[in-house]
Design a protein. Sequence first.
Length: 225
Amino acid sequence: MAELIETWSSEAFEEDSMTDEHLWIWREMIASVPADLRAAKVLDVGCNQGGFLRELYDTKPFAEGIGIDLAEKAVALAEQRKANRPLRYVAATDLSEAGGGFDIAFSHEVIYLIEDLSEHARQIAQALKPGATYNAVTCCHSDNPLWSRWRPMIKEFSNLDVPDHSVGEIAAAFRSAGLLVSIARFLAASPIPVEGPSRYFPSDVDRIEVYGRWKLMFTARRPTT
């Protein structure tokens, strides 16, 4: 079972830069969900420093939001930054610590770091209301051709293990918990910022290919009956 850690990365720049790097993707995630969340209770799995829930609330206000993460230092920063928004951040290894009765849940580039996906799916199923959905976005899976390049790089600075999950294995884990699963090529129709070659993307074409084809949204819905 996972244990609490201080930070998920041993390299401060990796953690601190994620808000700016991920903001455009968070906005695409927000655009993909219902416009009216005013009565909703929202869960962010692997919330890190809390940026996604802040952005979501500022765009589509909701009744209550809870973020959960293994990284205690990140959670403390999230609490400091929430201002007067109806947010609560929890450092915990089990989703039950966040409570239940969620109308919608999210994660962004989190499930690839979870060793026991079946247990994760079971906890998600318990956290959701009947009919509610968990939207898990990732391009870190073994079907992405660049994953074999990325995985050893991430292992160098990650304070967590870096498993090697396929798309089929992720989907099967959610099905094993009785959830109804669908998958979308999440950014297939989105404008993708191109910045030239980088540590992770050898070329702009690689960036477009990964984001447009291999950045996936797994939507796991708890049945109503």
